[in-house]
Design a protein around this ligand. Structure first.
Ligand code: AP5
Length: 220
């Protein structure tokens, strides 16, 4: 099987998780979300979860050493042999270099670096109105993707939660970390001819359609 190793890049709230879940659902590839993994560690009270907690609560990036170890271990497991989407990683130059070392040509390399482009002004509304299902992880929005019953997931009837870092003050800090630490990573992939860009400032189904088109097109 040809390797499919996609990374999803974009600001907090750009829709990476929404699109990655959908693509993984229709294609069967593995969806690896570093934010979800960290939240899982936190809820289980692991050492990594405790170490990450303060950074996440303040909207700062968790240190590279912790992130690289967690991701490299995850994509080395048998279920990640052929096809995966990395959602939320890499977010720094150091993480991008470490990913290249872990997924070199013999492992099929990175095949797509997809950037979800959304103007800054839309991001705050998207994040502060987001609700996530505590049971199945489905992503909703009070305005843009409401559930039929308040605070109950349409997919599994689980209770919806409002992420603690989705308040305006922490969102500003997350956007600032994105601008200073993650935006430079886009050029790293542009220079390597792996970059493709999706207009993510349109309805989710239209974004998904564009995503399919850019991923099928020859990248670079
Ligand atoms: P993480 O959980 O990865 O958060 P994030 O990058 O800030 O991304 P989000 O999950 O907020 O947004 P998204 O792009 O997935 O948008 P979504 O689809 O949900 O990371 C959390 C924290 O963990 C970080 O702050 C950091 O501390 C740490 N961390 C994680 N990875 C790290 C790393 N590599 N290095 C260091 N630290 C790391 O959509 C958002 C909302 O918009 C939803 O409500 C959705 O319904 C709605 N929406 C989606 N698409 C559309 C659309 N097209 N139109 C209208 N609304 C839409």
């Amino acid at each position: 099987m040809t390797a499919f190793h996609a990374i999803f890049l974009g600001a907090p709230g750009a829709g990476k998780g929404t699109q990655a879940k959908k693509l993984a659902g229709v294609s069967g590839c593995l969806h690896v979300s570093t934010g979800d993994m960290l939240r899982e560690h936190r809820s289980q009270g692991t050492e990594l979860g405790c170490q990450a907690q303060g950074y996440m609560d303040e909207g700062k990036l968790v240190p590279d050493g912790l992130m690289v170890e967690m991701v490299v271990e995850r994509i080395a497991r048998p279920d990640a042999a052929d096809a995966w989407i990395l959602d939320g990683f890499p977010r720094t130059g150091e993480q991008a270099l470490a990913l290249d070392r872990a997924v070199d040509d013999s492992a099929g390399g990175i095949t797509h670096a997809v950037f979800f482009d959304v103007p800054h002004g839309s991001l705050i509304d998207r994040l502060t109105g987001r609700r996530t299902c505590s049971q199945c992880g489905a992503i909703w929005h009070i305005k843009f993707k409401p559930t039929s019953r308040d605070e109950i997931c349409d997919d599994c009837e689980g209770a919806l939660v409002h992420r603690s870092d989705d308040n305006e003050a922490v969102v500003e800090q997350r956007l600032s970390a994105y601008r200073t630490q993650t935006e430079p990573v886009l050029d790293y992939y542009r220079d390597r001819g792996l970059f493709c860009e999706v207009n993510a400032d349109q309805a989710p189904d239209a974004v998904f359609e564009d995503l399919g088109k850019v991923m099928l097109k020859e990248v670079g």
